[in-house]
Design a protein around this ligand. Structure first.
Ligand SMILES: Cc1cc2nc3c(=O)[nH]c(=O)nc-3n(C[C@H](O)[C@H](O)[C@H](O)COP(=O)(O)OP(=O)(O)OC[C@H]3O[C@@H](n4cnc5c(N)ncnc54)[C@H](O)[C@@H]3O)c2cc1C
Length: 396
């Protein structure tokens, strides 16, 4: 059945949904409020559960060409650099999870999705197109702009409009966010020869006292992505992103070992982003409207799964919409929700649970947490690796 799918939001989730729906032969009308399809200048870890989906959407070669393949996922004590555990990735990820683990620059992924969409005629991508909500009729749904005018009318509306989704606001009403007292500092560094000597070619979580850092390479090793998460008391708006002060960032990580300090010293700029949380929602759909990505399951970045889950949502949504003619759009969206909500909610909770694990410092608390982890990693490496199987081996 040919459907007219309206997508509100042109981030990674919205564009992946546009591609998955286009591949099913649906016509797609996608609306992005910004004047272009921009992404924050930062990296993304694309775990096998998501790289499998992107591969199935035809991006295998481009992904391999434009990403970096980490040799492992590691956790280290930030102040000493001592290894807590290392889970092999690289070829091992392909053998174990059936697809590669990649690191990619967000802008590169957006560019890949846009260029894949060029192959389809039945797609309209509109920028500078900000929606404020929708109107439903028995056999259609209309996305509307601020003055009440129509942006698009179709069979189904997908709210892929991020943490402050207007589509979610209409489906669920207010869903207040809570500040986690964690602020993420994000930056990308050039991988100089000095940094290449210091930063291992893996994704590393550097633990600390009320803070942690994450480092990994992008673009075949040309760039290094840095995320520093620091506990702060001051309240900031959700999604508030602004240039950060490099000296302040350096002071937060002054007790860290030289890889992290040298990386911070090499930066030209950084940005801050206040991390908020919401509990999982009870439903994502109302009639012909549904949600996807951060709009459906805003999550903390401590499992590196927000975009991965948006990518999983996109392929499942397209498959569920491609249902039997005698099944209504509303029922197809209910099936999509039933298929996706439990898994995304479980990952939301797992991400939240990781928040405190990385921030144990170096004292007794740290010894009690990281000691058993290190022992288990040495004694039962396969068991430690297997704890990620439910996330990475999943076939959406
Ligand atoms: C520090 C940090 C690190 C992270 N690292 C990872 C990682 O390694 N791996 C991973 O998988 N995830 C990671 N994430 C999570 C990931 O960034 C998000 O989950 C993902 O980008 C969500 O994509 P989305 O398309 O759902 O939403 P968004 O990227 O927010 O896109 C929503 C789009 O909708 C548009 N929009 C909003 N409102 C409207 C409107 N009213 N009308 C029209 N358009 C609108 C916005 O402009 C935006 O372009 C991280 C997050 C953070 C904060």
């Amino acid at each position: 059945m040919t459907l007219n799918v309206i997508i509100n939001g042109g981030g990674i989730g919205g564009l992946t949904a546009a591609l998955a729906c286009s591949k099913k032969g649906f016509s797609v009308s996608a609306h992005e409020q910004a004047d272009g399809f921009f992404e924050v200048g930062a990296g993304l870890q694309i775990s096998p559960n998501a790289s499998r989906v992107l591969g199935d959407l035809g991006l295998v070669d481009e992904l391999a060409k434009r990403s970096f393949t980490p040799k492992a996922l590691e956790m280290r004590i930030g102040s000493t650099g001592r290894l807590i555990f290392s889970i092999p990735m690289g070829d091992t990820a392909i053998r174990r999870y059936g697809a590669p683990y990649y690191h990619i620059h967000r802008a590169d992924l957006i560019e890949m999705l846009l260029s894949a969409l060029e192959g389809y005629d039945q797609i309209s991508l509109k920028t500078g197109s900000r929606a404020i909500g929708y109107r439903q009729a028995p056999d259609s749904i209309t996305l509307i702009r601020e003055n009440g005018d129509e942006l698009a009318t179709g069979d189904v509306l997908v709210g892929a409009d991020g943490i402050k989704s207007v589509v979610r606001q209409q489906i669920l009403g207010d869903t207040p966010a809570q500040f986690t007292r964690n602020v993420a500092w994000r930056a990308v560094a050039r991988a100089t020869p000095e940094l290449r000597q210091l930063i291992p070619p893996v994704a590393t979580v550097w633990t600390g006292d009320k803070r942690h850092a994450v480092t990994y390479y992008l673009r075949g090793g040309e760039l290094i992505n840095f995320v520093g998460v620091v506990e702060e008391d001051s309240w900031t708006d959700e999604g508030w992103s602004q240039p950060g002060d490099l000296q302040e960032l350096a002071s937060h990580f002054s007790a860290y070992s030289s890889p992290v300090r040298t990386l911070i010293d090499s930066l030209d700029q950084c940005f801050k982003w206040a991390l908020h949380t919401r509990p999982p929602f009870a439903r994502w759909s109302a009639g012909r409207a549904t949600l996807l990505g951060d709009a459906a399951h805003p999550m903390l970045p401590f499992q590196a799964q927000g975009a991965a889950q948006a990518i999983e949502d996109a392929t499942v949504l397209a498959r569920m919409l491609d249902g039997r003619e005698d099944v209504s759009v509303e029922s197809r969206l209910k099936t999509y929700q039933a298929n996706r909500l439990p898994r995304a909610s479980k990952i939301q909770s797992a991400s939240h649970a990781n928040m405190s694990v990385f921030h144990k410092g170096t004292g007794l608390n740290a010894a009690l947490t990281y000691g058993p982890m290190a022992i288990a990693a040495r004694a039962m490496p396969d068991f430690v690796a297997s704890r990620q199987d439910w996330i990475y081996s999943f076939v959406a």
